[in-house]
Design a binder for this molecule. Structure first.
Ligand SMILES: [Zn+2]
Ligand SMILES: [Zn+2]
Length: 578
């Protein structure tokens, strides 16, 4: 693909310690686990440490994090972890990173710091790192890097972009952003962004989430108006669900409720946490007596109430799902309640959300979801025209789309060519690809990559053992399980009775009876042959697997997990060996 006017066409086969290297351990080719690194000589700066939420195929996995091996091996070089904002896909990996890698200094905005602190307390790790609070006037300085922060608008307060001076040139990272000319909360710092553009940015790294969405995103003020209207016109109770991190939205809901004489009842742990932190930091303005405890819901008139809850994504354990299936401790749907989703389902959650909507409707609720007509939600990410504006303000010499799946990165690259960035100055990278900034020129290294992978977190385990467990679960889900019980006497090397096979999720038992009986015979013959010689339990187990796997595959085209169980009867005493 090399040649003029192609993406990724400027390549290098080697780089020097003194070059500035830019790479991602997570965030490229996916929406989630954002972890970008910038390295020069003996220094590494990490930007964000996020998690990704698993899709349905990852049965039982709680989170996905990047493989931190490179950072563990280069721990001594790590100078700081800089956090752009407090969303989980940017801070959720911090406890797991700190567990394996010592990082003494984290720099984060006030609100993100509050969330990180809470997270570290939950993991009993509060003393692992010092969190430095940054604002738009802060500077981070090390031997090779000088980094400044600028205000950006996003769906969580205190979001920053970064301007990074390195010995080889300037990098600007937008962080997650949108342009909203009438935002709730802070404005993007247009002046500073364009000043930096004027000054000369060598490489722009920019948010690609909404690359495929044309036009400008709607303003948070438009959403505010819609919520006001609902609060005013609705006759009964209002139950409203949104992302707990979307503090500006929560503020609007609370303000609207107060304005129309409704008391607010906050339900769901993450919502309670965020409302508390945001009130402490002054992002949410409300008085104590604007809120009521859930136990008091029945003592207020329906049109004087607004329940604010989690579960806008149909998460099964969240408040709204419990309300919808009638299992919530305090909230029971009364016919005539209005339930508002001030959110859009994240791709992958649509069917869960649908299930919740149906259940609520069945119980007699009027359910309002976001649409073109009612503006109950807006995105926190730049649409295509906003991405163009960013490119126009910064006028970067080189461009790397970030924060997105491959097609989003690709669309963003195409958009950049539309505003005049030459294609051969654009790099669509994957996690682990290394961009080299050398004397204001950017190249992609075509011979070397950083090791990257997905690590699955199940509960509190981050050792990667969960990864093996998960593979078993996938085999179980796709192929089922077969357990083979063989009873032997190891003293005289005999099989005492016909092997017994039990299966779950493998074949429909009634139709499979014959197959399983034949399989028992296959095992019997194989084990008898094996036991004619001197053998061990381990060998017998392998023999069982080796005889059954090809047999089952030839008959069913499935590879179930096979668990041999050997019962050893010696002098009438049963020793069960697995
Ligand atoms: Zn974000
Ligand atoms: Zn993000």
């Amino acid at each position: 693909m090399a040649g003029q006017n192609q993406y990724n066409s400027r390549t290098l086969s080697t780089y020097l310690p003194s070059d500035t290297k830019i790479f991602a351990l997570g965030g490229l080719g996916e929406v989630g686990k954002n972890t970008y690194c910038i390295e020069c000589n003996d220094e590494i700066i990490i930007i964000d440490a996020g998690v990704m939420f698993p899709d349905d195929s990852l049965l039982g996995v709680d989170y996905v994090i990047p493989d931190y091996t490179y950072l563990i091996r280069n721990q001594k070089k790590i100078k700081a972890l800089l956090i752009t904002h407090g969303h989980e896909d940017h801070i959720g990996g911090i406890p797991y990173l700190l567990k394996v890698c010592s990082i003494s200094d984290i720099y984060a905005s006030k609100f993100a710091a509050g969330l990180i602190q809470k997270k570290l307390e939950e993991h009993r790790m509060s003393n692992r790192a010092v969190i430095h609070i940054i604002n738009k006037d802060s500077r981070f300085t090390s031997k090779y890097f000088h980094i400044g922060f600028f205000d950006i608008t996003h769906s969580i307060p205190d979001s920053y972009g970064l301007a990074i001076q390195t010995p080889n040139g300037w990098i600007l990272s937008t962080g997650d952003y949108k342009f909203d000319l009438t935002p709730i909360g802070s404005n993007a710092d247009y002046q500073r962004i364009s000043y930096m553009g004027e000054f000369g940015i060598d490489l722009l790294m920019s948010d690609s989430t909404n690359s495929e969405v044309p036009g400008f995103s709607i303003s948070e003020k438009t959403v505010a108006k819609s919520i006001d209207e609902i609060m005013e016109k609705t006759k009964g109770r209002i139950i409203i669900a949104t992302f707990s991190s979307n503090v500006h939205r929560i503020q609007q809901i609370i303000s609207a409720a107060i304005k129309f004489g409704r008391k607010i009842c906050v339900i769901g742990r993450s919502m309670e946490n965020v409302v508390q932190i945001a009130r402490d930091l002054g992002h949410i303005k409300a008085k104590d007596d604007d809120f009521i405890e859930p136990t008091l819901l029945d003592s207020y008139q329906a049109n004087k109430l607004c329940v604010l809850c989690t579960g806008s994504q149909g998460e099964p354990m969240a408040a709204l799902s419990r309300i919808a299936n009638g299992s919530h401790r305090f909230v029971t749907i009364i016919p005539g309640d209005t339930v508002v989703f001030s959110s859009n389902p994240i791709p992958g959650n649509a069917s869960s959300v649908n299930g919740v909507v149906n259940n609520l409707t069945r119980l007699g609720a009027i359910v309002l979801t976001n649409s073109m007509l009612n503006n109950l939600h807006t995105t926190g990410h730049a649409n295509k025209e906003e991405q163009k504006l960013m490119l126009q303000l910064v006028k970067p010499r080189f461009f790397m789309p970030m924060h997105g799946e491959y097609k989003m990165l690709r669309m963003h690259a195409d958009t950049a060519t539309e505003v005049g960035v030459p294609a051969d100055h654009i790099f669509i990278c994957a996690n682990g690809d290394i961009l080299v900034l050398r004397n204001h020129e950017v190249y992609m290294c075509d011979t070397n990559r950083i090791q990257t992978d997905d690590i699955y977190i199940d509960g509190n385990d981050s050792s990667g053992i969960a990864t093996a467990v998960l593979k078993d679960r996938q085999v179980l889900a796709n192929n089922g399980l077969v357990s083979v019980i063989v009873t032997i006497n190891s003293q005289n090397n005999t099989i005492l009775c016909r092997p017994n096979i039990v299966s779950r999720g493998f074949i429909f038992i009634k139709e499979g009876q014959e197959l399983l009986r034949d399989a028992e015979l296959v095992v019997y013959k194989a084990v008898r042959r094996k036991m004619a010689q001197k053998t061990t339990f381990g060998e017998i187990k392998n023999c069982i697997r080796e005889s059954l796997e090809p047999y089952f595959y030839s008959k069913t085209h499935r590879n179930p997990i096979i668990i041999p169980v050997i019962l050893n009867h010696i002098d009438g005493q049963a020793l069960r060996k697995r």
